[in-house]
Design a binder for this molecule. Structure first.
Ligand SMILES: [Zn+2]
Length: 74
């Protein structure tokens, strides 16, 4: 599981979300969007897509760390 910190673009709330497994394999072809196993859920707005949230600075470093730790990517 992976906890990533986001800010919702609609309500501006910052929250931690467990996105499950992250698939980095398509990331470059997919405009640097990793695939998440679980949905991103804003506590106020419910299910959000990757476009409807911003990664906070903390979220970016969490994602970067997971990217470099990930040994399933090829
Ligand atoms: Zn929200």
């Amino acid at each position: 599981m992976a906890i990533i910190h986001y800010e919702c673009k609609r309500c501006k709330k910052e929250f931690d979300c467990d996105v499950g497994k992250i698939d980095f394999n398509d990331m470059q072809s997919n405009n640097w969007r990793p695939k998440f196993e679980k949905d991103i859920i804003c506590p106020n707005c419910g299910k959000r897509t990757f476009d409807e949230v911003d990664l906070t600075e903390l979220g970016q470093s969490q994602l970067t760390e997971l990217y470099f730790k990930d040994d399933t990517k090829h």
